[in-house]
Design a protein around this ligand. Structure first.
Ligand SMILES: Cc1cc2nc3c(=O)[nH]c(=O)nc-3n(C[C@H](O)[C@H](O)[C@H](O)COP(=O)(O)O)c2cc1C
Length: 141
């Protein structure tokens, strides 16, 4: 029997969002995710983090435990967790993009759109992200 693949989605609010902070988060995440066989994607802007993590149930659980305790963000909400047949981001230990034009804009985020959206909307968002080319962060030029 194949061990199930688990996917987890969370949303949170960055604290002290700047290029160097994001770089430090991503460096640690790439290193640890590669070692643990985790993949995923992080959508990030000063007002929001949205992440999908995928891997074995045990490694996803352990990683989310560390993420919950991380003081570089707050108001972490677990949006969805479940089994999946295949990875959405098999090539990326943690792809990072700023929000795409078709995602929530800053005004919608301020009005609570991401907090009110259901799990199905988030799953569609990551399905669509997986099909879209990566967007550079503003400071990547
Ligand atoms: C929004 C956000 C997403 C993160 N995603 C991951 C991740 O996918 N994998 C990971 O290992 N750490 C991630 N981290 C960092 C962890 O919270 C933690 O700092 C990191 O795992 C290093 O832990 P260590 O200092 O015990 O090695 C994330 C942190 C934040 C704020």
């Amino acid at each position: 029997m194949m061990r199930p693949l688990t996917q987890l989605i969370f949303v949170s609010r960055p604290l002290g969002f700047e290029a160097a902070t994001l770089r430090a988060i991503l460096d640690a995440a790439h290193r640890r995710n590669r070692a643990a066989g985790l993949t995923g994607a992080l959508v990030c802007r000063a007002d929001i983090y949205l992440q999908m993590l995928e891997g074995s149930r045990a490694t996803v659980t352990a990683c989310f435990g560390r993420i919950l305790a991380d003081r570089r963000h707050s108001d972490v909400e677990l949006v969805w967790v479940g089994d999946a047949l295949r990875r959405l981001f098999p090539q990326s230990s943690l792809r990072d993009d700023p929000p795409h034009a078709w995602m929530w804009g800053p005004a919608e985020i301020r009005q609570g759109a991401a907090r009110q959206a259901g799990a199905a909307a988030y799953r569609q968002l990551f399905d669509r992200l997986a099909e879209s080319p990566r967007l550079r962060q503003p400071w990547e030029g």
